[in-house]
Design a protein around this ligand. Structure first.
Ligand code: 1PR
Length: 469
């Protein structure tokens, strides 16, 4: 839609100028930017419509709805959407031209129905002059929903098949002391086939899906055709956004050919991914930023954000607590120390103090970078979203680490996805009530069928939290 306009804050390159107005950046003073998630599109000429549809948005720039300054743009306006305190044009329609700011192809059945309706009746006319009379008012709250994301950690098992697995604190092998026989103990935990699970989560109402290739650091991602095939097959049957992570970095193929992170990401985008998630490379990039003080444009975050936009770049953070004695501690990140809250079985850290240290290679190596330094650094480099894991909480079912989430959220303007530790639907209510996080992600409880995605959303709705049902 944006290329039909005259100009954009995003680039000096002019647009086609068919719609006579500018594309501007969202104001990020009071809200996270990019605007990511499911929001309502209200038809301008059918304000009485009771139940507008929700569509998937992911963008930092928009055509603001301003009929006084741009009356000719208002004539094109088909729907408007509110994000924070700004009203923008979410679709335009005139003669047989129809363009959307949201992604109908990623907006589930609502998006598919919209495309279908337009294809069947592309030339429908809207009386042009009515638009100028219409002034939708800002509502007290925008209708961006909280997102529920299902995450699938994917790796080859010992037989060489790609499976969805799930660990406890990143250990994905069956425990010897579990109820299992000696034959399965030590094997990679197998919770299902990636594409079949993805299709199941799509039909049960997941707002987004995430695949993390958790052994990618051992392989060349462009040679990893099975993972590309998984993304391709999932994109054919899943019409919500797909994020793919693991191994998004500069690599050298076994035959010596160099592959840039941008090429790796491009292969996943072509296969059908909407966002890529960068883990280890983000930590190294922030270490380089710290030592040189400059953004040199070469990191995976920068090159991919430059080509595809920051909304396509997620940084997956794998922090672990480092416990210290607050009375005597004089080491790094002293000003980021967190003190444990009142004691209960869910808060085993009562009376302790710690800081959050970042890790690489799936938690195998700790680096001298705190989670706050990493979050700020990746925002500076151009990441569009943070996927915030917690190695301490992963697979425990104890609930999200609220102290960690609040700490990161306070330090960035980009959206944050809370991950690790969900053990019941109420943990999502807790994370949305006690933090400003935009999305909640879980793996184990969904894979094991302990809690359904629709049931989770119904619990949230009953608690007054706005979700897409
Ligand atoms: O470093 O760019 O190649 O990316 C590797 C990616 O793989 C990182 O995003 C890293 O988090 C992930 N990863 C690597 N090893 C593991 C592992 O488990 N052994 N998985 C791993 C991380 C964590 C979460 C999980 C939540 C929710 N998975 O994504 O889904 O903790 O779990 P829960 O709801 O069951 O508690 P790179």
């Amino acid at each position: 839609m944006q290329v039909l306009f005259v100009s954009s804050d995003e680039s000096p390159t002019p647009g086609l100028g068919i719609v006579p107005g500018p594309i501007q950046r969202f104001d990020c003073t009071l809200k996270s930017v990019p605007h990511i998630g499911w929001n309502a599109a209200d038809p301008l000429l059918a304000a009485a419509q009771a139940d507008p549809s929700y569509y998937y948005f992911v963008h930092s720039f928009c055509a603001k709805y301003n009929p006084d300054s741009y009356p000719d743009v208002a004539k094109w306006t088909y729907t408007t959407t509110q994000y924070g305190d700004e009203l923008f044009i979410s679709s335009i329609r005139k003669d047989n031209i129809f363009a959307t700011q949201f992604h109908p192809e990623k907006s589930g059945t609502a998006g598919l129905a919209l495309l279908d309706a337009w294809i069947r009746n592309p030339g429908s006319q809207i009386p042009l002059d009515c638009h100028l009379l219409i002034r939708p008012t800002l509502k007290p709250k925008h209708r961006l929903t909280k997102r529920i994301i299902a995450c699938m950690d994917v790796r080859a098992n010992d037989e060489g098949d790609l499976v969805v697995t799930k660990g406890d604190q990143y250990d994905v092998r069956e425990k010897v002391d579990s109820d299992l026989t000696a034959i399965t103990a030590g094997a990679v935990r197998n919770l299902g086939k990636p594409v079949a699970l993805a299709a199941r989560y799509y039909t049960s109402g997941a707002d987004e899906l995430c695949f993390l290739n958790i052994t990618s650091f051992r392989h060349s991602p462009l040679r990893d055709q099975p993972m590309l095939a998984v993304v391709r097959a999932a994109a054919e049957c899943v019409f919500v956004p797909l994020t793919i992570g693991g191994g998004i970095k500069d690599t050298i193929e076994p035959d010596g050919t160099k592959r840039s992170a941008l090429e790796v990401a491009a292969a996943y985008f072509r296969a059908g991914a909407d966002k890529v998630s960068i883990g280890s490379e983000a930590v190294y990039a922030v270490e380089r930023l710290r030592s040189t003080g400059i953004r040199d444009g070469t990191s995976a975050i920068e090159t991919i954000a430059h080509a595809y936009g920051s909304q396509a770049v997620v940084v997956s953070v794998d922090p672990r607590k480092v416990y210290v004695d607050p009375a005597t501690y004089d080491g790094p990140y002293k000003d980021e120390l967190v003190l444990g809250g009142p004691g209960s079985s869910a808060h085993p850290d009562d009376g302790k103090a710690w800081w959050y240290q970042c890790t690489v290679s799936g938690g195998r190596e700790s680096r001298l970078v705190s989670v706050v330094e990493l979050a700020r650094g990746v925002e500076t480099l151009g990441a569009g979203e943070i996927l915030l894991n917690s190695i301490d909480r992963d697979g425990t079912g104890l609930g999200f680490d609220l102290a960690l989430i609040n700490l990161v959220k306070r330090n960035v303007h980009i959206p944050v996805v809370a991950s690790s530790g969900a053990g019941k639907a109420e943990h999502f209510t807790e994370v949305f009530n006690e933090t400003d996080v935009e999305a909640g992600l879980a793996a184990g409880i969904f894979h094991r069928g302990e809690v359904g995605i629709q049931d989770t959303k119904k619990v949230l709705q009953r608690a007054g939290i706005h979700v897409r049902l």
